[in-house]
Design a protein around this ligand. Structure first.
Ligand code: NAD
Ligand code: TYD
Length: 339
């Protein structure tokens, strides 16, 4: 039996990852350490709660004694670190929680993982650490880090700490950097779920600036498979980029969503641009494909259609977030109001 500690398992990507591992590996015990911030929703893993190989622990990764206790009680062999503040717009309004969780939290997790002899550790990072591309070119693992938002800077800082622990302490960590994810359970503050839920309610959708910013979209389960391949087959000290080979301008994506939901273009509202808005992200994932035998498998048109359908069938999930009722759910369930 392998003990796998996942941080941030109640968020978007973490919950998809936990479910995938529990389905694929009956011999793995998953411990989910999550502070239940606004972005953490244990209802995302409601279907896993009765699985005897799944355990949820409410705790803050920046709280060293809490993290030490979780390690002492659960003896993880492996760690996959998702927990983070993840929304660029929030980091522009206040970067403090980003430094605390993304930088200090990673430091604590590295220290405790090292002290407890963790055998493999994956730092789940983002392509945003590379900054912005012009009209051509791709990010590779060799692209210098040049983060532009406080969110990206906090992720780059945590990546550099991981790199230093690998170099100085020979700590067996791997860094993965992925492009924009979409799929079920994404918090409705990010573009795709925000726009779907607004359109379902015939509300306008706010397109920042001229809408010509480009993102490289990948289905969340393709990302999760990549992370797991890196955990099990990646080289300690290695960096692996994942992307969907699927570049879309925001305005084109918006129009595709309008089409899928049968809504008129009059619902588009061009609003003030995000300060410091990165123009284009695009990942070259050749190295991960070669080294890990991984590739993005979901065709965007199919993945997006299925995602719209998921949000259609799970309107109550969105409504509970919008009304704040989801926070009462976990208070009742876990006796904790979250960070
Ligand atoms: P999310 O915001 O949906 O979830 C974050 C989770 O971390 C939540 O469950 C939250 O409660 C938890 N958390 C926050 N602070 C914590 C703390 N101090 N202690 C313990 N738990 C805490 O994020 P996501 O979109 O699922 O992203 C997960 C990871 O993947 C992040 O590290 C992010 O940088 C990275 N990433 C995201 C994307 C994307 O498109 N969403 C792309 C590439 C990389
Ligand atoms: P987002 O989902 O916040 O991801 P990221 O900033 O990490 O790429 O945003 C995706 C793109 O959509 C980004 O270029 C900003 C833009 N955007 C809007 O135009 N309107 C919105 O309301 C949001 C949330 C994002």
């Amino acid at each position: 039996m392998t003990n796998l500690l996942v941080t941030g398992g109640c968020g978007f990507i973490g919950s998809n990852y936990v479910r995938m591992v529990l389905e694929r590996e009956p011999e793995t015990r998953v411990i989910n350490l999550d502070a239940l911030t606004y972005a953490g929703n244990p209802a995302n893993l409601k279907d896993c709660e009765t699985n005897p190989h799944y355990r949820m622990v409410v705790g803050d990764i920046a709280d060293r004694s809490a993290v030490e206790k979780v390690f002492a009680e659960n003896k993880p062999d492996e760690v996959v670190h998702f927990a983070a503040e993840s929304h660029v717009d929030r980091s522009i309004l206040d970067s403090s929680p980003f430094i605390r969780t993304n930088v200090q939290g990673t430091q604590v997790l590295l220290d405790v993982s090292r002290a407890c002899g963790v055998k493999r550790y994956v730092q789940v990072s983002t392509d945003e650490v590379y900054g912005s591309l012009g009209d051509t070119g791709f990010f590779t693992e060799e692209t210098p880090l040049a983060p532009n938002s406080p969110y990206a800077a906090s992720k780059a800082a945590s990546d550099l700490l991981v790199r230093a622990y690998v170099h100085t302490h020979k700590f067996p960590a791997i860094i993965t950097r992925c492009s924009n994810n979409y799929g079920p359970y994404q918090f409705p503050e990010k573009l795709i779920p925000l726009f779907i839920s607004n359109l379902q309610a015939d509300q306008p959708v706010p397109v920042y600036g001229d809408g010509m910013q480009v993102r490289d979209w990948i289905h969340v389960l393709d990302h999760c498979r990549g992370i797991h391949a890196a955990l099990r087959g990646g080289k300690p000290g290695g960096v692996y980029n994942f992307g969907g080979r699927c570049e879309k301008a925001n305005i084109d994506l918006t129009k595709t969503l309008l089409g899928l939901l049968g809504k008129p273009e009059s619902l588009i509202r061009y609003v003030a641009d995000r300060p410091g808005h990165d123009r284009r992200y695009a990942i070259d994932c050749d190295y991960a494909e070669r080294e890990l035998g991984w590739r993005p498998a979901t065709r965007f048109e199919e993945g997006l259609r299925a995602t719209v359908e998921w949000y259609r069938q799970n309107r109550a999930w969105v409504e509970e977030i919008k009304s704040g009722a989801y926070r009462q759910y976990y208070q009742a369930q876990y006796g904790h109001r979250g960070l």
